[in-house]
Design a protein around this ligand. Structure first.
Ligand code: JB3
Length: 208
Protein backbone atom coordinates (compact mmCIF):
# COMPACT_ATOMS: atom_id res chain seq x y z
CA UNK A 1 0.00 0.00 0.00
CA UNK A 2 1.35 3.46 -0.88
CA UNK A 3 2.32 5.75 1.98
CA UNK A 4 1.13 9.31 2.58
CA UNK A 5 2.33 12.08 4.91
CA UNK A 6 -0.05 14.59 6.50
CA UNK A 7 0.86 18.26 6.80
CA UNK A 8 -0.85 19.34 10.02
CA UNK A 9 -1.90 17.42 13.09
CA UNK A 10 -4.99 19.20 14.36
CA UNK A 11 -8.72 18.69 14.12
CA UNK A 12 -8.83 18.58 10.33
CA UNK A 13 -6.01 16.04 10.34
CA UNK A 14 -7.95 13.79 12.72
CA UNK A 15 -10.91 13.82 10.33
CA UNK A 16 -8.60 12.98 7.42
CA UNK A 17 -6.92 10.17 9.38
CA UNK A 18 -10.38 8.70 9.94
CA UNK A 19 -11.18 9.11 6.22
CA UNK A 20 -7.93 7.55 5.00
CA UNK A 21 -8.29 4.62 7.39
CA UNK A 22 -11.89 4.14 6.27
CA UNK A 23 -10.79 4.14 2.62
CA UNK A 24 -7.86 1.79 3.20
CA UNK A 25 -6.14 3.27 0.16
CA UNK A 26 -3.00 4.66 1.83
CA UNK A 27 -0.81 3.86 4.79
CA UNK A 28 -0.30 7.04 6.80
CA UNK A 29 3.45 7.37 7.30
CA UNK A 30 3.15 10.21 9.79
CA UNK A 31 2.42 13.89 10.43
CA UNK A 32 4.63 16.92 9.99
CA UNK A 33 3.67 19.80 12.28
CA UNK A 34 6.03 22.32 13.90
CA UNK A 35 3.73 22.84 16.89
CA UNK A 36 3.67 19.18 17.91
CA UNK A 37 6.50 17.27 19.54
CA UNK A 38 8.18 14.55 17.51
CA UNK A 39 6.86 11.16 18.56
CA UNK A 40 3.51 12.45 19.76
CA UNK A 41 0.54 10.41 18.50
CA UNK A 42 -2.48 12.07 16.85
CA UNK A 43 -5.29 9.52 16.39
CA UNK A 44 -2.64 6.82 16.29
CA UNK A 45 -0.40 8.63 13.78
CA UNK A 46 3.08 9.68 14.87
CA UNK A 47 4.46 13.20 14.49
CA UNK A 48 7.71 12.90 12.48
CA UNK A 49 8.87 16.52 12.64
CA UNK A 50 8.09 19.77 10.84
CA UNK A 51 7.90 20.74 7.16
CA UNK A 52 11.67 20.81 6.86
CA UNK A 53 11.75 17.02 6.74
CA UNK A 54 9.45 16.79 3.70
CA UNK A 55 12.33 16.81 1.21
CA UNK A 56 14.04 13.99 3.12
CA UNK A 57 10.81 11.99 3.14
CA UNK A 58 10.42 12.52 -0.62
CA UNK A 59 13.98 11.38 -1.29
CA UNK A 60 13.23 8.20 0.69
CA UNK A 61 10.33 7.49 -1.69
CA UNK A 62 7.38 8.94 0.21
CA UNK A 63 5.74 10.78 -2.70
CA UNK A 64 2.15 11.31 -1.47
CA UNK A 65 1.18 14.26 0.67
CA UNK A 66 -2.09 15.42 2.24
CA UNK A 67 -2.80 19.02 3.21
CA UNK A 68 -4.25 18.34 6.65
CA UNK A 69 -4.32 21.96 7.78
CA UNK A 70 -7.93 23.11 7.65
CA UNK A 71 -9.22 26.63 7.22
CA UNK A 72 -11.63 28.98 8.90
CA UNK A 73 -12.32 31.87 6.56
CA UNK A 74 -8.88 32.13 5.00
CA UNK A 75 -7.72 29.38 2.64
CA UNK A 76 -4.34 30.96 1.85
CA UNK A 77 -2.38 28.69 4.17
CA UNK A 78 -3.83 25.62 2.50
CA UNK A 79 -3.06 27.06 -0.92
CA UNK A 80 0.54 27.83 0.07
CA UNK A 81 1.10 24.35 1.47
CA UNK A 82 -0.44 22.71 -1.58
CA UNK A 83 1.78 24.68 -3.97
CA UNK A 84 4.82 24.00 -1.78
CA UNK A 85 4.44 20.22 -1.85
CA UNK A 86 3.49 20.19 -5.53
CA UNK A 87 6.62 22.18 -6.36
CA UNK A 88 8.63 19.65 -4.34
CA UNK A 89 7.30 16.89 -6.60
CA UNK A 90 4.75 15.34 -4.25
CA UNK A 91 1.48 13.89 -5.47
CA UNK A 92 -1.54 15.16 -3.56
CA UNK A 93 -4.24 12.56 -4.13
CA UNK A 94 -7.93 13.38 -3.92
CA UNK A 95 -9.36 11.79 -0.77
CA UNK A 96 -12.99 10.72 -0.69
CA UNK A 97 -14.73 9.22 2.32
CA UNK A 98 -16.46 5.93 1.41
CA UNK A 99 -19.79 7.29 2.68
CA UNK A 100 -19.67 10.30 0.34
CA UNK A 101 -22.00 10.13 -2.66
CA UNK A 102 -20.10 11.15 -5.79
CA UNK A 103 -21.73 11.18 -9.22
CA UNK A 104 -19.80 9.21 -11.82
CA UNK A 105 -20.15 12.29 -14.03
CA UNK A 106 -18.52 14.67 -11.54
CA UNK A 107 -14.85 15.62 -11.60
CA UNK A 108 -12.81 15.60 -8.39
CA UNK A 109 -9.45 17.26 -8.98
CA UNK A 110 -6.07 16.54 -7.33
CA UNK A 111 -5.91 17.19 -3.60
CA UNK A 112 -9.64 17.64 -3.14
CA UNK A 113 -10.99 16.27 0.15
CA UNK A 114 -14.58 14.98 0.21
CA UNK A 115 -15.66 14.16 3.75
CA UNK A 116 -18.19 11.74 5.23
CA UNK A 117 -21.75 12.14 4.00
CA UNK A 118 -20.94 14.78 1.41
CA UNK A 119 -22.75 14.69 -1.94
CA UNK A 120 -21.35 15.82 -5.29
CA UNK A 121 -23.92 15.62 -8.05
CA UNK A 122 -23.63 15.09 -11.78
CA UNK A 123 -21.50 17.34 -14.02
CA UNK A 124 -19.96 19.21 -11.08
CA UNK A 125 -16.27 19.98 -10.76
CA UNK A 126 -14.41 20.12 -7.43
CA UNK A 127 -11.15 22.04 -7.83
CA UNK A 128 -7.66 21.17 -6.63
CA UNK A 129 -7.11 21.24 -2.87
CA UNK A 130 -10.74 22.04 -2.17
CA UNK A 131 -12.58 20.69 0.88
CA UNK A 132 -16.19 19.53 0.60
CA UNK A 133 -16.65 19.01 4.31
CA UNK A 134 -18.91 16.67 6.29
CA UNK A 135 -22.43 16.43 4.91
CA UNK A 136 -22.04 19.30 2.46
CA UNK A 137 -24.00 19.21 -0.81
CA UNK A 138 -22.73 20.29 -4.22
CA UNK A 139 -25.64 19.98 -6.62
CA UNK A 140 -25.50 19.38 -10.38
CA UNK A 141 -23.45 21.54 -12.79
CA UNK A 142 -21.50 23.42 -10.11
CA UNK A 143 -17.94 24.56 -10.70
CA UNK A 144 -16.01 24.88 -7.46
CA UNK A 145 -12.53 26.38 -7.88
CA UNK A 146 -9.21 25.52 -6.30
CA UNK A 147 -8.50 25.96 -2.57
CA UNK A 148 -12.18 26.42 -1.68
CA UNK A 149 -13.72 25.25 1.60
CA UNK A 150 -17.36 24.16 1.50
CA UNK A 151 -17.98 23.78 5.26
CA UNK A 152 -20.04 21.10 6.97
CA UNK A 153 -23.70 21.07 5.99
CA UNK A 154 -23.41 23.84 3.41
CA UNK A 155 -25.48 23.43 0.23
CA UNK A 156 -24.78 24.69 -3.28
CA UNK A 157 -27.86 24.51 -5.50
CA UNK A 158 -27.52 23.66 -9.20
CA UNK A 159 -25.17 25.58 -11.45
CA UNK A 160 -23.25 27.58 -8.84
CA UNK A 161 -19.82 29.00 -9.63
CA UNK A 162 -17.48 29.25 -6.63
CA UNK A 163 -14.30 31.23 -7.15
CA UNK A 164 -10.80 30.18 -6.09
CA UNK A 165 -10.14 30.43 -2.39
CA UNK A 166 -13.75 31.11 -1.42
CA UNK A 167 -15.10 29.99 1.97
CA UNK A 168 -18.72 28.79 2.26
CA UNK A 169 -19.55 28.65 5.97
CA UNK A 170 -21.22 25.81 7.86
CA UNK A 171 -24.88 25.37 6.94
CA UNK A 172 -24.86 28.17 4.35
CA UNK A 173 -27.10 27.89 1.29
CA UNK A 174 -26.25 29.22 -2.17
CA UNK A 175 -29.16 29.33 -4.61
CA UNK A 176 -29.23 28.18 -8.23
CA UNK A 177 -26.73 29.71 -10.60
CA UNK A 178 -25.18 32.07 -8.06
CA UNK A 179 -21.55 33.15 -8.53
CA UNK A 180 -19.37 33.54 -5.40
CA UNK A 181 -16.23 35.57 -6.07
CA UNK A 182 -12.69 34.39 -5.39
CA UNK A 183 -11.46 34.63 -1.82
CA UNK A 184 -14.93 35.66 -0.63
CA UNK A 185 -16.52 34.49 2.60
CA UNK A 186 -20.13 33.36 3.01
CA UNK A 187 -20.80 33.22 6.73
CA UNK A 188 -22.30 30.22 8.49
CA UNK A 189 -26.03 29.92 7.97
CA UNK A 190 -26.22 32.59 5.30
CA UNK A 191 -28.66 32.24 2.40
CA UNK A 192 -27.13 33.68 -0.76
CA UNK A 193 -29.66 34.87 -3.37
CA UNK A 194 -27.45 37.28 -5.34
CA UNK A 195 -23.95 37.00 -6.83
CA UNK A 196 -21.07 37.88 -4.48
CA UNK A 197 -18.02 39.76 -5.87
CA UNK A 198 -14.37 38.81 -5.26
CA UNK A 199 -12.90 39.41 -1.80
CA UNK A 200 -16.29 40.10 -0.21
CA UNK A 201 -17.96 38.83 2.96
CA UNK A 202 -21.69 38.27 3.21
CA UNK A 203 -23.79 37.29 6.21
CA UNK A 204 -27.44 36.67 7.08
CA UNK A 205 -30.69 35.70 5.45
CA UNK A 206 -30.78 36.89 2.75
CA UNK A 207 -27.01 37.31 2.71
CA UNK A 208 -25.71 40.90 2.43
O1 JB3 B 1 -14.87 23.04 11.07
C1 JB3 B 1 -14.38 21.93 10.88
C2 JB3 B 1 -15.24 20.73 10.62
N1 JB3 B 1 -13.08 21.73 10.91
C3 JB3 B 1 -12.13 22.80 11.12
C4 JB3 B 1 -11.07 22.76 10.03
C5 JB3 B 1 -11.66 22.88 8.67
O2 JB3 B 1 -10.13 23.81 10.26
C6 JB3 B 1 -11.48 22.67 12.47
O3 JB3 B 1 -12.48 22.73 13.48
C7 JB3 B 1 -10.47 23.78 12.67
O4 JB3 B 1 -11.10 25.02 12.72
C8 JB3 B 1 -9.49 23.75 11.52
O5 JB3 B 1 -8.81 22.54 11.63
P1 JB3 B 1 -7.22 22.56 11.80
O6 JB3 B 1 -6.61 23.31 10.71
O7 JB3 B 1 -6.79 21.16 12.02
O8 JB3 B 1 -7.05 23.42 13.12
P2 JB3 B 1 -6.07 23.20 14.33
O9 JB3 B 1 -6.67 22.17 15.24
O10 JB3 B 1 -5.73 24.52 14.85
O11 JB3 B 1 -4.74 22.52 13.74
C9 JB3 B 1 -3.96 23.13 12.76
C10 JB3 B 1 -2.62 22.41 12.83
O12 JB3 B 1 -1.91 22.72 11.64
C11 JB3 B 1 -1.80 22.91 14.01
O13 JB3 B 1 -1.29 21.81 14.75
C12 JB3 B 1 -0.69 23.71 13.34
O14 JB3 B 1 0.54 23.62 14.02
C13 JB3 B 1 -0.60 23.04 11.98
N2 JB3 B 1 -0.03 23.92 10.96
C14 JB3 B 1 -0.27 25.24 10.81
N3 JB3 B 1 0.50 25.71 9.79
C15 JB3 B 1 0.87 23.50 10.08
C16 JB3 B 1 1.22 24.63 9.33
N4 JB3 B 1 1.40 22.27 9.86
C17 JB3 B 1 2.32 22.16 8.86
N5 JB3 B 1 2.85 20.97 8.60
N6 JB3 B 1 2.71 23.23 8.09
C18 JB3 B 1 2.19 24.48 8.30
O15 JB3 B 1 2.57 25.42 7.59
Amino acid sequence: MEKIVLLGGGGHAKVLIDLINACGSYEIAGIVDAQLDVGVSVSGVTVLGDDRILSELYEKGLINACIAVGSVGDNSKRKALYEKVKNAGFLVPALIHPSAVISGKSHIREGAQIMAGAIVQTDSIIGENTIVNTGAIVEHDCTVGKHVHICPGAALSGGCLIGEGAFIGAGATVLQGIKIGSNSIVSAGAVVINDVPDNAKVIGVPAK
